[in-house]
Design a protein around this ligand. Sequence first.
Ligand code: ANZ
Ligand code: ZN
Length: 840
Amino acid sequence: MTERFDPGQADARWQARWEEAASFRADSGSAKPKSYVLEMFPYPSGRIHMGHVRNYTMGDVLARYRRMQGHEVLHPMGWDAFGMPAENAAMEKKVHPGAWTRENIATMRAQLKRLGFALDWSRELATCEPDYYGHEQALFLDLMAAGLVFRKESEVNWDPVDMTVLANEQVIDGKGWRSGAQVERRKLSQWFLKITDFAEELLDGLKGLDQWPDKVRLMQENWIGRSKGLQFCFRLAGTPPGGASCDIEVFTTRPDTIFGASFVAIAPGHPLAEAVAAGNSEAAAFITKARAGGTTEAEIETAEKLGFDTGLEVVHPFDSQRRLPVWIANFVLSDYGTGALFGVPAHDARDFDFANKYHLPIRRVVAADAGQADQPIMEPETAPGIAVHSDFLDGMTSEAAKAEVIRRAETGGWGKGVTQYRLRDWGVSRQRYWGTPIPVIHCDKCGPVGVPRDQLPVVLPEDVAFDQPGNPLDRHPSWGKVDCPNCGGAARRETDTLDTFVDSSWYFIRFASQPDGAPFDRAEAEQWLPVGQYIGGVEHAILHLLYARFWTRALERIGKLGLAEPFKGLFTQGMVTHETYRAGDGSWLSPGEVRREGDDWIHVESGSPVTAGRIEKMSKSKKNTVDPEPIVDRYGADAVRWFMLSDSPPERDLEWSEAGIEGAARFVQRVWRLAMAEANGDGADDALDRKRHRAIAAVGEAIDGLQFNKAVAALYELTNAVEKSAPSASRSEAIDTLLKLVAPMAPHLAEQAWAERGGAGMIVDQPWPAHDPAMLVDEQVTLAVQVNGKLRDTLSAPRGLSREEAEALALASDKVRAHLGGGAPRKVIVVPDRLVNIVA
Ligand code: ANZ
Ligand code: ZN
């Protein structure tokens, strides 16, 4: 039994013991300091992958460490269980999305349990169950009552194959992310959340998130995209002067370039464009064409610039004689700014392309200095400079010219300075089945009416079929037919479901507090929140994190929660990667299908040569995944956990390798052998004591900084030192300490070894060992410094200085320098750790 550590027995034994003892149950009422450690909850796609293992191992180390530090730790787990893959599975495999999802959850839960994560399973939740999404519906109604939910006709990305609206990020190169079909733009009535009301707060709030990676804050800042500018009205030529009429309102961040305007462009969805199209079939055809392709900015940016000249003209605001043609253009977004702009080809890249294509004038109005005023424009010059060819602005800096134009527009009453955000309101309607039903009833007489609270949850019916594309809720024979809660007349349920990002916008609150009758209890939730450390993939840097921040602020605004930011610390871990392999015909091969022969790779089945390709993120499409489960079977949970932490810094990618996992398994056995060997002896070993204290400090500091690979390195060092030491009381203590320090990473090994050595209780319940700062200081020696054989100074120095270091130290002494009188020494004699004699 004690020869080798046997994870096959130990893993299950300790997992059962922790469960029996409810070791990881979080007590909201505890008086201890609270620590909320959270990893992004998984989508139950089928099986746990290595990315999950790495992510959850990191959180687990922190959670176990905080617990040993005496904190009350909340470390929960649940399932982001709604979403499209379940529906796709339903269509492909003819299983119900609910059955498919719940089965996956059962599989993945069992897989997670085998890794021995210190999770409070009593708080497990799945977003696809009514006892979760029913509360979400209540929160939706709260936001609706507060005016933070609205309905709007909006242009959406329509996937004609999946028959669904896609979010911008689901459109890749103009095609649906799943179907690959060319995306179209369509107008649909949709539900929106007013995230733009919070744009400024969400932006300003980033400043306080000093425990977030800078790159994530910057990505959010750019996504929110604040710009200061001028909004003003153009009058169409030929309309009578005077009056307050505003024909085309534009938004610009460069009012200083107003004299360089050579056209006005409006979005294909602009009311004026629609008005023009009503009487002009060519214009109508152009609008249809311009709408093909997605609505993402990136796409609009890269698509070929297309325009249609309406024949209308507007008057330049500073020169009533000057006319600008009005074009409909595909690069103008309909829901940014006012959906209209004035084009300045000399100083804007899009306008430059557009002007070249349609032969519109390109006029310089900004130059590096006045001398450059007449230099031809070879490419768009977007940098600020000095205004030229700009009437009263000439000679002003771009900054001053902007202010001057805004001032004149405001005094003249035809425009105003505004702050504009790129952030758009959050469209949460999805024409999909497997999601939270939006709790609204449509009545012809009363319009959309919220479902009365006593009728919540609106349960998603599970008696539906997937034999046709589209949303099965639309075809359900009875579910949609209800009476209007307002007038009692016949009405219909809303069949759109909520974007699954809504589900993940508040799950961390429900983890903290989950009463039956309410989404959460405010006081209890505030015991835990904000999440102290959140860990997940950088792919969620923008949307999920922004939506969760918004949701938290929205709850704060309506008085449900006294908290502005949900996540105090954020850590984005790197990916798990693996080499890729391809057969001669270009098809991908999995690591299990290939074998190494010398420097070559061979296809096991056919014996034919294989090309080893790049190291890439593990993904099913490239077949370079390694399933964690057989690895756990073979090496045990601790070796897998150890490998996930050891090989690279946590924010970097980790390359999976056979050698790596084997090395980890060997280390587990090494610690085991040390722990089982005779350690006791009399007397102390001062050097080992110092190493033990240093390891305690180093491992703690590394875990605090989420530098797990450094913690691992410090543990290797201590292990080496113990191995080299002779039996002593110090050695025995060092081994006990080693087990405690290794416990967050390799908890099963630590428990088993602790028990074998007769340790009291379980190691999870041991306090984190304390270190004595005095023991961290290197051993000091006293150096005598002589000049020409006479003692002139004594210096304290660390033991083991080299001759050069000792000499340098001695020569730096003021007393010594005084006796050298500015001259260079002729000779220096060093007796290590004792004496430096300088011959002047
Ligand atoms: C004139 C101008 C001159 C502009 C110049 C830029 C450079 P940001 O900074 O990203 O907010 N714009 C305004 N509304 C638009 C819309 N609906 N779709 C596409 N583009 C739009 O961008 C603001 C600038 O983007 C505005 O300033 C406007 O072009 C354009 F040398 O006005 B500018
Ligand atoms: Zn009604």
